[in-house]
Write a protein that binds this ligand. Structure first.
Ligand code: ADP
Ligand SMILES: N[C@@H](CCOP(=O)(O)O)C(=O)O
Length: 291
């Protein structure tokens, strides 16, 4: 039996659509695997009633197949599905690391990223690896087709998860087909600013670099109260605010001293629009770990 914990993650960070991601120090999924003639899955924990146990429909089933590693897989969900916090990726990342160990496949962490991304293709239609990369490697990750770069950054974050459901598949349908050159120029500048901020663990630069005028405005329409929550977080001291992943979670970067006030401001702002929300006071954390 091998047990692995893999963290929630926040993808995009505004300017890095399908490229940037960070591992969060909470919440997390825990996955246990043991060898079996064929793959079977048990799911418990947050939102487990909405997660299929058929290996053809669960992200971990695709990972087991890609590694040719049939197993009985128990998933204890800490990350609610359809959250924008990389729920499907947390299970896939944990399963990839666990099955690689169980079957002694000898793949490196970076080699496991595209395998875990096969799980993402099952649920969102695309093998985007901006969630599985940080879930496996930890820190801030830049995932491109030509490789993955990681930065071990220290930034305080708040993620606020409203009680609404936005599936990644649906949120990908509203992404515009193209962008104006002016928007592209702005996005490149913001992405470079954010990356510099991560290297310096500087919340001001990271926050400024989270601005995005291409994908985020289209997706904000799917999240009741988004603009009020964003404004409330800024008023409470956030240095940057955007949609976490495909939403509905909203993520704020900040100084550690402002984290508590920002957390309660975001919950209150959702509450004022009639939406209950839970909040995580968090930070950039480590990738998958053995337990
Ligand atoms: N192991 C898993 N964990 C979470 N969701 C899963 C898993 N396997 C399949 N799913 C499905 O994936 C969808 C959630 O994924 P997604 O929309 O990407 O949300 P998130 O942003 O939280 O990752 C749900 O339809 C859920 O049933
Ligand atoms: N780049 C993807 C990230 C989806 O993240 P999730 O946490 O919502 O699954 C996208 O924006 O579609």
């Amino acid at each position: 039996m091998v047990t692995v914990r893999a963290p929630a993650t926040s993808a995009n960070l505004g300017s890095g659509f399908d490229v940037f991601g960070v591992a969060l120090d909470r919440p997390a999924d825990v996955v246990r695997v043991r060898r079996a003639p064929e793959t079977t899955i048990d799911v418990t924990g947050a939102g487990s009633q909405f997660i299929p146990e058929d290996p053809a429909d669960n992200t971990v089933g695709a990972v087991a197949e890609a590694l040719d590693a049939p197993a009985h897989i128990e998933i204890d969900k800490g990350v609610r599905p359809a959250s924008g916090l990389g729920s499907s990726a947390a299970s896939a990342a944990a399963a990839a690391v666990a099955l690689n160990e169980l079957y002694d496949r000898g793949l490196t962490r970076k080699e496991l990223v595209p395998i875990a991304a096969e799980g993402e293709a099952v649920v969102s239609g695309d093998a985007h690896d901006d969630n599985v990369a940080p879930a496996i490697l930890g820190g801030f990750t830049i995932a491109t087709p030509s490789g993955i770069a990681t930065v071990d950054a220290d930034i305080s974050l708040v993620t606020c998860l409203p009680d609404i459901v936005v599936s990644t598949r649906d949120a990908r349908e509203v992404v515009p087909d193209g962008a104006r050159v002016a928007d592209m120029v702005e996005t490149v500048g913001n992405a470079a600013t954010l990356t510099t901020g991560m290297h310096r663990s500087d919340p001001e630069l990271v926050g400024r670099g989270m601005e995005d005028s291409v994908v985020t405005p289209a997706r904000a329409e799917l999240i009741d109260g988004y603009s009020d929550v964003r404004e409330a977080a800024f008023d409470a001291g956030a240095t940057g605010v955007t949609i976490s992943g495909a939403g509905p979670s909203v993520i704020a970067a900040c100084y550690e001293t402002d984290r508590r006030a920002i957390a309660s401001a975001m919950v209150d702002a959702f509450d004022e629009t009639g939406v209950e929300a839970r909040v995580y006071q968090t930070a950039i954390g480590e990738g998958a770990t053995f337990h």
